[in-house]
Design a protein around this ligand. Structure first.
Ligand SMILES: Cc1ncc(COP(=O)(O)O)c(C=O)c1O
Length: 469
């Protein structure tokens, strides 16, 4: 009640109905006039005085304060949230896809299966971390990430990927996107040239361009990025960095062959550029063993190796990491703390426990089996229903099939029609640096249950504009 009264009086002051220097009635008179308790009026006047709207002169009464501008903050209408009172630069571009409704078959490459997930194990580990070490973990901590998780990741990188590093060489980030953005901001000055795969990962280009980088495409083929073409680019442009996905080229799935790997590292030495190696789904290789990353061959400090748990575990955890030359990591760290003081210490500790106890490794093994079965089922179904429309040549690894079209149809119309029937795939132009049309589909299989593979392939065949014409 007293706050409401204070607000009404302050509104009268702002609107000029009570001008500067005007004397207010005494608290008793006001209470009588308003029919409220005097103590309410006294409290309201104290509030107004504390906020600086009124001044009490001892023995002389209460007055509206001097020097208040009139007509500011007088509107009683609800604030229009779209109204902005200062100039704003052009909006940064975002291209996040609208999440599909439940029940849809989400055959987008980047989406791992999240059903039957080790939620209980994570919940227990999280609870344990909080109960045992809550007082410490809820405090400020190291912006590098929790030492225990850095240890676990360093051990995993050495044992499974041939990238031999200390825990001190691991910087934990919120997803690989943060690592990419930090690298872009730490490395690039406006106008610096960054070479990228001509078909590739748009969120990375956004980060690179957002930091002022000039993103220049280099062709890709079945052997991954064309290193000869990159060498030609290096002769005419001062390339500062190369961003690429050598293990499972995004989006085609091509594995960068050994010759090109060595040539790329040599080129980096000759021209002194950084290599941003995005290894986002290393574990899910289905033909032979995963290929060791470029980082495992980097003896001259060129590679920033970027990994994530988004595919192996879940994208919603936002857990990524990077390793690379320490001077670069220190730059990344300095940029990181400007926006994000540190990661989620409790979650990082819980995850370290899952890694130490083998829960993560077990989950990956189970998922590997599941995805291998789903890959086989979807490939078989697509061969049956779609062979006349697309080329099917499943890559050795990754969670998606890149399917160049055999027919001349409108890819976007096809994708839209399939989405109408609750099957979500994506089309080639989404992956082109310049957005040009690319006659290909990308079909993810990680979320396609074996028993729905046939349905998915049939719907794709039925929704092809050619089939409907
Ligand atoms: C090429 C590539 N890099 C990285 C990621 C993972 O990003 P994040 O770790 O930020 O979830 C994805 C996921 O779709 C990807 O496709």
């Amino acid at each position: 009640m007293f706050l409401a009264l204070a607000r009404v009086i302050s509104e009268d002051i702002r609107a000029g109905r009570l001008p500067a220097g005007a004397r207010l009635p005494g608290s008793r008179a006001l209470a009588d006039r308003l029919g409220v308790n005097r103590s309410t009026v006294v409290a309201a006047l104290q509030e107004l005085s504390a906020q600086g709207w009124i001044q009490t002169r001892p023995g002389a009464g209460t007055y509206v304060a001097d020097g208040l501008p009139r007509g500011v903050g007088t509107s009683r209408a609800r604030r229009d949230p779209e109204r902005i009172g200062f100039p704003l630069g052009p909006a940064p571009v975002v291209d996040l896809e609208r999440p599909p409704h439940r029940g849809a078959l989400v055959l987008l490459g980047g989406h791992p299966e999240l059903a039957d997930w080790p939620t209980d194990a994570l919940a227990r580990a999280y609870r344990r971390a909080l109960q045992r070490r809550g007082e410490r973990l809820l405090d400020y901590g190291s912006p590098w990430g929790e030492p225990r998780l850095r240890e676990s990741l360093a051990a995993m990188l050495g044992e499974r990927r041939g990238v031999v590093v200390d825990a001190d060489d691991v910087l934990i980030t919120r997803g690989s996107q943060m690592a990419l953005d930090l690298a872009a901001r730490a490395l690039l000055r406006p106008g610096d040239v960054v070479a990228v795969e001509a078909l590739g990962y748009r969120p990375a280009w956004r980060a690179l361009a957002g930091a002022g980088g000039r993103v220049m495409p280099v062709d890709v083929d079945e052997g991954g990025i064309d290193v000869d073409a990159l060498a030609r680019l290096c002769r005419v442009e001062p390339v500062r960095a190369v961003y690429l996905t050598p293990h499972h080229q995004y989006p085609t799935g091509a594995v960068l062959d050994a010759g090109r790997r060595l040539a790329l590292l040599q080129l980096a030495r000759e021209h002194g550029f950084a290599i941003l190696e995005d290894d986002y789904d290393n574990e899910f290789h289905f033909e032979g063993r995963p290929v060791p990353p470029l980082a495992s061959l980097d003896d001259h400090g060129h590679v920033l190796y970027i990994g994530t748990l988004s595919k192996a575990l879940a994208p919603g955890l936002r857990l990524g990491f990077c390793v690379g030359p320490r001077p670069l990591l220190r730059h990344l760290l300095a940029v990181r703390v400007r926006t994000d003081r540190q990661g989620d210490r409790v979650l990082e500790t819980a995850l370290a426990e899952l890694m130490e106890d083998g829960v993560l490794a077990r989950h990956i093994r189970r998922r590997h089996r599941l995805y291998a079965a789903r890959r086989a089922a979807l490939v078989a179904a697509l061969r049956e229903h779609l062979d006349h429309l697309v080329v099917l040549a499943p890559p050795a690894g990754g969670l998606a099939l890149w399917c160049p079209l055999r027919v001349d149809v409108d890819v976007d119309a096809w994708i839209a029609a399939a989405r109408q029937r609750a099957v979500w795939i994506s089309g080639g132009s989404r992956y082109a640096v310049d957005g040009r049309p690319v006659a290909a589909l990308r079909i993810g299989f990680a979320r396609c249950p074996v028993e729905r593979a046939d349905e998915a392939a049939r719907i794709l065949a039925e929704t092809c504009p050619l089939a409907r014409a």
